[in-house]
Write a protein that binds this ligand. Structure first.
Ligand code: AHR
Length: 672
């Protein structure tokens, strides 16, 4: 009995010890500290220059990124064309104010604009007096914009519309609050003779604020009135170029090296008839037909057209990369033997962008306000079309473009990272959407790519699926690991952009995205902030570095030397992704940079992390997961730092800049 009891006690204590140890291990699973050492060679002898174009943005008309997003036009379906060319047609999202005893609203194919013939016809039966008196506020139509217009007190908005009637008109143009009653701004348009189509323009200054307003056009007079091309533009857009200021600033803050546009699948269309056709998007906005983007299932008035994309690139200081339709959609294609007019159409587009104002298409650009050519030097032949017959069409474009514009870089859709391309190209497109672990591992994807062929353009990369949520920290860290791998391979990968860039929170068609917005608010997801931590790499010097770690699979690092042009100071930046659940004590040893040449004051450590790896930002907590920068008091060429679990850390060592050495009688050499 006693021995049994003793055995039981031993077993019991063993159980307690084992379970305590296990518990401790589990508890320590988060808090355990791994160790690692990083050796950086700061002497810039065996270094690579990272291209200025390395990190950029890929802008696609997806998720209402442009229409109802970056393009600040407040009216949706401004030309009444979205319902199709057969009349009567659906006028959605326009609504009627007043019932059928007061007015009849329909569409007619009677506009003065040849490429967009549909106009609105409003037969008003009520009047200011008599038997059928109009309601006090009048009858007419209103447009709610893209899930509400953001009208802000003190700001001015230019409302333009085209009108025709055989009688004098009196129309109230107003911004009304979301309750349908509060008038935020109004103006009365009175005209005695509008028998021919007449353009009317008025600037409304808002007396109140409402993020969910609408634009309405009403009358209290019996009449038949035709309306077309109704536009409301804030006067406060970036440089007056039509870009919504807060969204533009989000892009500008990324300092993108390039901007790829306008897609993505948007370029292709599910069917060719719905593909993006540059020519239909240039010239005066009133004359653009607009089109239905069938891949992402929404109408766009094409206010953001080919010209505006090029202007956007110029305003951002980014190299434009135009993706053109190459005769392929998702479901149909133009045969190579009948491609010639399409090839010519592309050459016309390049002439529009770059041609002298004396050329046919260059003169159209100049008439739109841009006398100087745009700096278009990169074009991509389609999007994700490699495969069946791609080569045939591609070669037609390639030879025609190279002949006319030898300096233009041509991007193929076929992946040349593992096998050589069977056609000539300057760059090849590479897209990757995968889970966080795979993305992190793909940091090594280009390690063994041939250095002799065309360069890689990673024009779309993103962590998707469960790991991504609606933009998690985990997503951003997987992508950051991948980008560090690209930096290290920047002799062969010369451009990279995350996708998609924008999402209007009311039309979340493709998830996840980098920037989320609605009519008045915007926030960056962790992926956006992660990209901010790479922007200084454009044009920087990649330094040699070597990591020694026990858990090397969850750490990846790079080191660059870069100059801040704002303060003219030079830095050595070390970036580390800790993709593991343990914190890491990292010893950093910088060779070739004397500790006296590092200024501790002015050196910083920036960390992107959060308490939970699945944390996301929201409108309520827009910076829950955002980089936090602190001074690095112990900055030195031999120092210890702690990397939190699941984090991206960027260490900037400020290099002393004023040390110059006299080399000869008349020459000085900057030692740094
Ligand atoms: O980025 C979203 C979509 O993903 C793009 O339109 C397409 O190229 C890719 O499949």
């Amino acid at each position: 009995m006693d021995s049994d009891y003793a055995a039981c006690r031993v077993l019991f204590f063993l159980f307690i010890i084992i379970s305590c140890t296990l518990q401790q291990c589990c508890a320590n699973g988060i808090n355990a500290t791994q160790t690692a050492s990083l050796f950086v060679n700061a002497s810039e002898s065996s270094v690579k220059k990272i291209p200025h174009t390395m990190f950029g943005i890929s802008f696609e008309e997806i998720n209402h990124a442009g229409a109802g997003g970056l393009w600040a036009e407040l009216v949706s379906n401004r030309g009444f064309e979205a319902g199709g060319q057969n009349t009567p047609s659906n006028i959605d999202p326009w609504s009627i104010i007043g019932d059928e005893s007061l007015l009849i609203v329909s569409t007619e194919s009677s506009s003065c604009f040849d490429r967009n013939k549909v106009a609105l016809r409003m037969e008003v039966m009520c009047d200011i007096s008599g038997e059928n008196i109009c309601p006090k506020g009048g009858v007419g139509v209103y447009n709610p914009g893209f899930w509400g217009m953001n009208i802000e007190q003190g700001k001015a908005y230019k409302v333009t519309f085209y009108v025709r009637s055989s009688q004098p008109i009196e129309i109230s143009v107003s911004f009304i609050g979301s309750n349908g009653r509060q008038t935020l701004a109004t103006s009365n348009i009175i005209a005695a003779d509008v028998t021919n189509w007449t353009k009317k323009e008025v600037v409304l200054e808002a007396q109140g604020t409402d993020q969910n307003s609408r634009l309405q056009l009403t009358t209290t007079r019996k009449n038949i009135i035709w309306l077309d091309q109704v536009s409301a533009m804030p006067l406060s857009t970036h440089k007056g170029h039509g870009f919504r200021g807060d969204l533009f600033n989000m892009l500008a803050d990324l300092k993108p090296g390039f901007i790829r546009f306008p897609g993505g699948s948007f370029v292709e269309g599910d069917w060719l008839t719905n593909a993006f056709r540059w020519k239909e998007t240039v010239g005066s906005w009133e004359e653009r037909p607009g089109h239905f983007g069938d891949v992402w299932q929404y109408w766009t008035d094409d206010g953001l057209g080919f010209f505006e994309y090029l202007q956007l690139a110029e305003d951002l200081g980014a190299v434009p990369v135009w993706v053109f339709n190459n005769g392929f959609s998702h479901n149909d294609k133009v045969d190579t033997s009948t491609l010639l007019p399409f090839v010519q159409d592309t050459l016309n587009a390049i002439e529009f962008a770059r041609g002298d104002p004396t050329t046919k298409w260059g003169s159209l650009r100049a008439s739109m306000g841009h006398e100087e050519p745009f700096d278009l030097r990169y074009v991509a032949v389609g999007n994700q079309d490699c495969g069946n017959n791609y080569r045939g069409n591609y070669l037609k474009y390639y030879s025609a473009i190279k002949k006319a514009y030898p300096d233009i870089n041509i991007i193929s859709n076929c992946d040349g990272s593992s096998i050589p391309l069977d056609h000539p190209a300057d760059l090849y497109d590479f897209h990757v959407y995968t889970n966080a672990n795979s993305m992190f591992s793909m940091a090594h994807n280009f390690d063994h790519t041939s250095r002799n062929g065309p360069k890689a353009f990673v024009s779309e990369y993103a962590v998707t699926g469960n790991d991504a949520g609606r933009g998690s920290l985990l997503k951003a860290l997987g992508e950051a690991g991948f980008l560090i791998g690209l930096e290290r391979n920047s002799d062969v990968v010369v451009m990279a952009s995350n996708a998609p860039l924008f999402v209007n929170a009311n039309d979340w068609r493709f998830n996840p995205d980098a920037i989320v917005f609605d009519s008045s608010k915007v926030y960056g997801t962790p992926t956006y902030w992660m990209q901010q931590m790479f922007k200084e790499s454009n044009g920087a010097i990649l330094l040699n570095s070597k990591l020694q770690a026990t858990s090397s699979t969850s750490l990846i690092t790079s080191a660059i030397s870069w100059k801040n042009l704002d303060n003219n100071k030079s830095y050595l930046r070390i970036k580390i992704v800790n993709f593991g659940s343990d914190k890491v004590a990292l010893k950093i040893i910088v060779d070739g940079l004397d500790k006296n040449l590092i200024e501790a004051e002015g050196s910083t450590m920036t960390i992107l992390s959060s308490t939970n790896v699945m944390d996301e930002n929201t409108f309520n907590e827009p910076k829950k997961v955002a980089p936090v920068t602190n001074p690095l008091g112990n900055a030195s060429n031999n120092m210890n730092v702690v990397l939190p679990p699941y984090s991206l850390t960027s260490i900037d060592l400020l290099k002393k800049s004023s040390i110059v050495q006299v080399v000869g009688p008349n020459t000085v050499q900057n030692l740094l």
